[in-house]
Design a protein around this ligand. Sequence first.
Ligand code: FO1
Length: 319
Amino acid sequence: MAEASAPTATRVVELAGGVGGAKLAEGLQAVAGAGLTVIVNTADDTERHGLLVCPDHDTVLYTLAKVENEELGWGLAGDSWTAMGALERLGEPGWFRLGDLDLATHIARTERLRRGGRLTEVLGGLQRSLGIAATILPMADEPIRTRVRTADGWLEFQDYFVRLRQAPNVTEVEFAGISHARPTAEVGAAIAAAEVIVIAPSNPIVSIGPILAVPGLTELLAIARGRGTPVVAVSGIIGGKALKGPADRLLASLGHEPTALGVARGYAGLIDAFVLDTVDAALAPAVEALGIRPVVTDSIMTDDASRERLAREVLAAAG
Ligand code: FO1
């Protein structure tokens, strides 16, 4: 097991999706405070009832503000569903549930974007209102939407994820709009200033995949690495199973090995170190053979203390 030592990094960038990314972000925020910048996936974003919903941003925001609904893994603690019931009575679809309190976030965001705000600025305003120390940047300001191909044709991501409960077999994934997107100035500056870059234990295909697919993003990471900034990824697959969501099934149906080693292979050439759970210690030599330094530790984050402990180990792993 790796020893947790006092990290020195104060400027940390994390690439993150939803729950796994948010939990590690909380640990990293406890260590780096305002020095943490989280670059979140926006390809899960969706328009519901005329409102822009940004699931991964909001999961990270609510978690860092300590107001997240831990039971659901999305939305706000103590939320209620009165407005959703009223919408359903009017004949609107109710399978994607927006809580009464959560609705305020989507209304404010949509209104500010309609007034001409840039996504990065609008999300920054929400973060300031909730008083978090870290900064959460969308991976790009342009709209990018994940679509998955199944036997029934192409589906919008939330249609697959929530309405169909990830049941269909996925044979292809695309990020619509990605060719028009570019890393924002804020994303570029954060990566350039980072002392450590962390890839969260999020879904490598549909959470980290879209971030890395933004044209120019991997080049920014390569420039940072060239200047000596280490990139460390954490496996979200433990013992061949995703901690949450369909990552293991997506990896397999898209022709990748559904193990931590399969995840490491996907990041080969991009990262310096890879954090695997103790359960997967036997995969460490194969990770090393990819030219990536394996770091074996207990990587399951059950509470605040384990989130901070893993964050410290990840930063220490960066060396
Ligand atoms: N996930 C669900 O399983 N059911 C829902 O009704 C649902 C609503 C929802 C509303 C706002 C939000 O920010 C997230 C929401 N999610 C819901 C979570 C979301 O679909 C996924 O967890 C992420 O897109 C995957 O990272």
